[in-house]
Design a protein around this ligand. Sequence first.
Ligand SMILES: [Zn+2]
Length: 126
Amino acid sequence: MNRDLVTFLHERLDEEADLARRCDGDGCGKWTAQGHTVDFCQGELAGFHPTIALHVALHDPARVLREVEAKQRVLARHEFSPAIGDPELPWDNRDDCQYDGEPWPCDDLLDLALPYADHPDYPRHP
Ligand SMILES: [Zn+2]
């Protein structure tokens, strides 16, 4: 696993943002749940278990877009710093994260990737 993880994360976040936008995430309003019904702003759908309705409403497209943006900022901070040509040499002779100095990929990137562990393109450790 190397920079493939970063590419993989960008792809997943882009997919989530695209899907949220296709649900009018840029301005349809806030999804809400009331009992067995979810109000999707463009219509309501009933028949959910109340807990499921709350869970669905929690994935309001506007909130998903804010979450994706936050994760993209985290991803942008954690840049790959190769051992070869590393300006920090001779201190660290290894591939690491420019942001936190941890071995690459750092724990923050692995945590960002964890929700996608069941995705067929999920990069596995060598
Ligand atoms: Zn990092």
